[in-house]
Design a binder for this molecule. Structure first.
Ligand code: T4K
Length: 404
């Protein structure tokens, strides 16, 4: 419990937590079940190349999502690259800059230019109102990102894509287990791409998947993820290696068995944070739509510096010193990262909401590794920091001023 500024670790006090609390601690299902599966796998000596675990995982995922095709992949980034290529995206593609850099890189990697579009202030997702002004004769598609697991404005984006004859793909890296108007994410656009990275709600160590209801597209993606092999010694297409390994699929199958428990823990944490931080001035926690299915994987705070008395970055400094590794996703925005920063030096002028969010958003630790007591302590810490925001900011700014 911090009672004075001197109690803060940044100013000489002991850290609130002896062990670091991370954002993105992996959810791990039943260890015995996982190890039994790994035993089976070793006995079979079938470690990758579309083995029985991958097949079973693909079937279970497709059934869970209610989608026709689910193609398991080695990671979300390669899944995005393959999906973009299978959709024949080229020239320019409209994407948000407020996303993990993999969304943009997956395009630029194959010399498709990501054209950054601003996002909506409330949802943090692609703003459909701003898309059409960015369409040029070179535009071939739109990639929406369901940031924090909140669905994009799918209907509006679908309408634009249809009218303007563009392909529509979703980066659903955050949105496994979430729905849009009652239907599971994974069913929208021409294809959707999941990440099953260790830090995601549902993980396969590294992994991902492309889902689609389009038979021809699914067949093409399957070829592309396996070097273009259409049979033994028969290659009919340019392809790469996007396959998921059996050990990853074993982790996935095990995780699926605990999915309900993971959501329940995340939801409990989310509600706890909301209760604890409801009255903090200048701090807004993002709310998931209670009408939809949510995975509650991200606790997303927005710090409005004048009202809170402290900037997001000063708050991060304090929290990190206390061993709370809150994250500034997606600072500084893809448009401020290379090579995009050099390609589009003035992009920020077109992205006012993105610019604001990159200064305000803070992701707090949650997941199965965080308990109620830790959330109360983190929240108490945040309340203390905001109450003393002006003094803390002044102290943190002081060395910079004297150095200048
Ligand atoms: N599109 C979007 C919208 C994405 O968010 C991502 C990935 C992708 C596409 C690409 O999908 P993948 O190719 O990754 O499947 C992390 C993840 O590495 C990345 O997967 C994720 N998005 C992004 C939002 O977060 P970093 O740079 O923050 O990773 P790192 O190593 O700092 O880990 C994050 C936290 O998790 C740390 O606090 C430590 C903790 N952690 C991490 C790992 C790997 C653990 O406790 N255990 C672990 O095993 O990017």
């Amino acid at each position: 419990m911090k009672r004075s500024l001197e109690d803060l670790a940044l100013f000489g006090g002991p850290a609130a937590f002896a062990e670091t609390l991370h954002v993105g601690r992996p959810n791990v299902g039943d260890r015995a079940r996982l190890l039994a599966r790994i035993d089976d796998m070793l006995d079979r000596r079938w470690l990758t190349n579309h083995g029985p675990f991958v097949e079973e995982l693909e079937q279970q995922l497709a059934a869970y999502l209610g989608v026709k095709h689910c193609i398991a992949m080695c990671n979300g980034t390669v899944a995005l690259e393959i999906a973009a290529r299978a959709l024949e995206l080229r020239g320019e593609v409209i994407v948000p800059a407020f996303t993990f850099v993999a969304t943009a890189h997956a395009l630029q990697w194959q010399e498709i230019t990501p054209v950054f579009c601003d996002v909506e202030p409330h949802s943090h997702n692609l703003d459909p109102q701003r898309i059409e002004a960015l369409i040029t004769p070179r535009t071939t598609g739109i990639v929406g990102v369901h940031v924090w697991g909140q669905p994009c404005a799918v209907d509006a984006l679908t309408d634009i894509a249809r009218r303007r004859n563009l392909r529509l793909m979703f980066d659903a890296a955050h949105a496994f287990g979430c729905s849009y108007r009652g239907q599971m994410i994974g069913n929208f656009g021409d294809a959707e791409v999941f990440s099953f990275h260790a830090t995601k709600f549902f993980n396969t160590f590294e992994g991902g998947a492309v889902t689609t209801n389009d038979d021809a597209l699914a067949a093409k993606i399957r070829l592309m993820q396996n070097f273009g092999f259409a049979g033994l010694d028969r290659v009919i297409y340019i392809g790469t290696n996007g396959k998921m390994s059996e050990v990853s699929a074993a982790m996935g199958l095990t995780g699926l068995e605990s999915l309900t428990e993971f959501v329940a823990i995340n939801q409990r944490n989310y509600e706890h944070y909301h209760r604890e931080l409801a009255e903090v001035s200048g701090l807004r926690l993002l709310r998931y739509d209670p009408q939809e299915r949510n995975n509650f994987q991200y606790i997303t705070a927005e710090i409005d510096a004048p009202a809170s008395g402290i900037s997001r970055d000063h708050l991060v400094q304090v929290l990190h010193a206390e061993n709370v590794r809150a994250r500034r996703y997606f600072y500084p925005g893809c448009h401020q990262m290379e090579p995009y920063r050099s390609y589009f030096p003035h992009a920020r002028l077109l992205l006012p909401v993105t610019e604001q969010l990159t200064q305000r958003v803070l992701i707090l630790p949650t997941g199965t590794a965080i308990d109620a007591q830790a959330i109360s302590q983190i929240s108490q810490l945040i309340r203390f920091v905001v109450e003393h925001g002006a003094e803390i900011s002044a102290r943190l700014a002081a060395p910079a001023r004297s150095a200048a």
